[in-house]
Design a protein around this ligand. Structure first.
Ligand code: NCD
Length: 311
């Protein structure tokens, strides 16, 4: 199977093909097996990854670092750019050239939508988008869809509910388009009217023949969902904090809410959660954000780094 990831940057889900995702999922299965069986993998031996995180991160940053090291590679781990020349005013174009002098691959997170693409234009090594402002979070979409694929046989039969801050949440922007590619035909978007999914993404989904139901209430719609994908209201994107306070807990998933969900549904969240999922739900078999989804992030990132570095 042709590896279209080889030697290329991965900035958006828009250019993915079904075959690309299938290849990545297969590689992810292998990575998972190797890690579980304690097998040494050496496919990034002698290579260095720079992780440049201009915005806070726990999971994405650590799983990228862990992934690279598990592949036998080395890392330049910068969680925060405050101690680099960025603090002196170095431009994104120069920073791209600096780190591509030292690294073979770069994972970058930034607060500005579109800037990772700009960075990749100046980098001489492949760049992975680890989140660009309210834009995209393509590796999260891959790990989320990989996780979903382990629970359901057929994407085309699923009703996928995306819940929360669909306007500012980059995870749902990438995930909805990836699931569309994988064959999902029905989405329910649950958000306050101020935080609706961007129109261009809705248009793309509808133009592909899939259905979107948009609603402000979760109580009435949760029972239809096979996948319940909850998200945090993105405080850092608000200029008016009073507005954030009003919207932050628009939906709370607790045991009572989960009683309305299908018995075979899965409850996911990219994390961090800040009150929108009650910890009492964690022990529910359907809650897979802590048990499974998070860990899959490492396997998926191992697979992606491997495919980018090796033909
Ligand atoms: C998400 C992000 O950074 O966009 N977190 C993550 O990468 N797992 C979600 C969020 O911060 O709300």
């Amino acid at each position: 199977m042709k590896n279209n990831f080889f030697g290329k940057s991965f900035v958006t889900v828009v250019n993915l093909t079904l075959k690309d995702v299938e290849l990545l999922f297969r590689k992810t299965d292998m990575m998972k097996k190797n890690v579980i069986n304690n097998c040494q993998i050496k496919s990034a031996k002698g290579k260095i990854m720079a992780a440049l995180f201009y915005e806070p991160s726990s999971r994405t940053f650590s799983s990228f670092i862990s992934a690279m090291q598990r592949l036998g590679g080395g890392v330049i781990p910068l969680n925060g750019m405050g101690a680099t020349s960025v603090a002196k005013g170095e431009t994104i174009e120069d920073t791209a050239q600096v780190f591509s002098s030292y690294a073979d691959i770069i994972a970058i997170r930034h607060s500005t939508k579109g800037i990772v693409k700009q960075f990749s234009d100046f980098s001489t090594v492949p760049v992975i988008n680890a989140g660009d402002g309210i834009g995209e979070h393509p590796t999260q979409a891959l790990l989320d869809s990989y996780t979903i694929s382990k629970h359901f046989d057929n994407f085309s039969q699923l009703t996928v509910g995306l819940v929360g801050d669909l306007l500012n949440g980059r995870t749902v922007h990438s995930l909805s388009q990836t699931l569309l590619l994988l064959g999902v035909k029905r989405f329910i978007f649950v958000s306050p009217k101020e935080l609706k999914m961007p129109k261009d993404i809705c248009q793309k989904i509808r133009a592909s023949g899939a259905e979107i139901q948009e609603t402000e209430t979760l109580t009435n719609s949760i029972g239809e969902m096979d996948v319940i994908y909850d998200t945090r209201v993105q405080k850092e994107r608000f200029t008016d904090l009073a507005k954030y306070e009003k919207l932050k807990l628009a939906y709370i998933i607790d045991k009572i809410m989960m009683d309305k969900a299908k018995t075979k549904a899965v409850l996911m969240h990219p994390l961090p959660r800040v009150g929108e999922i009650d910890p009492e739900v964690d022990s529910d078999d359907r809650a897979i954000y802590l048990r499974e989804q998070m860990r899959n992030g490492m396997y998926v990132r191992m697979a992606l780094i491997d495919l980018i570095l090796n033909k």
